[in-house]
Write a protein that binds this ligand. Structure first.
Ligand code: NAP
Length: 346
């Protein structure tokens, strides 16, 4: 195939792992994207029936294991929604097989993993992107536009708060430390990404307090601060103990911008509230499928040979900050003597 043919041909995707989330979000997004085709899906051998069922539903080939899918010459791009501990390994294997890769967040749970992916992507001349779907929703682009317009002044403080509850004993991979579970490397990725996205850099200093619900062996809630220098800070919290929340605020020298639900799904409008000395105004951003927009953006980067919209430099930064949060929690804060506190709620 010539470079011209390749640019104009359909991007054929394979998916590693057959889960209900994939079936209801990413697989329909790939199938619906012009210029993309959902060509194959694979499960681990013991779950072959799951891949076969999804294959039938989407008219895709079901491969008996992940390695067989990677060896399929019909596949050009793979989407990797495996447990966190599997992301780096399967991304490297996919690159070695000559595939482009869209890998779920976190790309890696340390900076070294991202660096290895970056090196392999360069060597293979293939596109790799970490799947931060929320970045592709127009409400995040609109928030960036409002910030750039100067309406809220210069950005000084980012507050990001992300949570959804996972019940103990549910068997969810997020509760299993051996699979990279815990709030920090799951919902925490979003809370960390928001200030990095809007400040466009890593913080110079972080301080986190992680806690675990009784009976869990992973972190399940966190509160953290980040110092970006020159009076710029972030306050983030994230949890798999609390009810749903995916809100953030950008506070500048002249006002504040609030995004009510950064995870606005299909059919749900985005709502941005802007508060300044001139009063309060609300903007509605029409509903959009950020999963499909993510797939479209990735496919464009692959076909045009352009940089992926979420760069590997950004992925390295996110992994570095996530690791720093965990390390800071281990160091601990300063204890306060509560022995003279008369409150019954102590
Ligand atoms: N961006 C988003 O909106 C979003 C939403 C949900 C999840 N995610 C990300 O997607 C990834 C998977 O999350 P999920 O909720 O889809 O998890 P899940 O439902 O448990 O699915 C994970 C899949 O990984 C495969 N797998 C391979 N080794 C495994 C092992 N040792 N134990 C369990 N499963 C294993 C399984 O596929 P087979 O059995 O078919 O081989 C399994 O179905 C995570 O990185 C998560 O952060 C992103």
């Amino acid at each position: 195939m010539t470079a011209h043919d390749e640019r104009n041909s359909t991007l054929r995707w394979g998916v590693l792992g057959a889960t209900s989330y994939i079936a209801t979000h990413l697989m329909p997004a790939i199938a619906a994207t012009p210029g993309c085709a959902l060509t194959a899906v694979a499960s681990r051998p013991e779950r072959a029936a799951a891949a076969a069922e999804l294959g039938r539903a989407f008219g895709a080939t079901a491969h008996p294991d992940y390695a067989t899918l990677l060896a399929d010459p019909a596949i050009e791009a793979v989407y990797i929604p495996l447990p966190n501990t599997e992301h780096v390994d399967w991304t490297l294997r996919a690159l070695a097989a000559g595939k482009h890769v869209l890998v779920e967040k976190p790309m890696a749970m340390d900076e070294d993993g991202c660096a290895r992916v970056e090196k392999a992507a360069e060597a293979a001349s293939r596109t790799v992107m970490e799947a931060f779907m929320y970045r592709f929703h127009p409400q995040q682009l609109r928030a960036a536009e409002i910030l750039a317009s100067g309406e809220i002044g210069e950005l000084r403080l980012v507050r990001a708060s992300f949570a959804f509850r996972i019940e103990s004993g549910s068997g969810n991979i997020r509760l299993d430390p051996a699979l990279g579970g815990g709030a920090t490397w799951d919902v925490g990725c979003y809370a960390v990404d928001v200030p990095l996205l809007f400040f466009g850099q890593a913080p110079q200093h972080v301080s986190a307090r992680l806690s675990s619900r009784p009976g869990l062996t992973v972190d399940s809630s966190a509160v953290a601060t980040m110092d970006f220098g020159r009076g710029r800070s972030a306050v983030v919290d994230y949890s798999i103990d609390y009810g749903p929340r995916a809100a953030y605020e950008l506070q500048g020298t002249r006002g504040t911008l609030m995004v009510r639900n950064a995870w606005a799904m299909d059919g749900e409008d985005g709502v941005i509230t802007v508060l300044t000395e001139n009063g309060v105004r609300e903007e509605t951003v029409p509903a959009a499928n950020h999963y499909q927009r993510q797939v479209e953006a990735f496919a464009r980067a692959v076909r045009n040979g352009a940089p992926a919209p979420m760069s590997l430099t950004e992925s390295r930064r996110t992994a570095r900050v996530g690791s720093a949060l965990v390390a800071s929690a281990a160091v601990g804060g300063v204890a306060v003597d509560t022995s003279t506190d008369t409150s019954e709620a102590r």
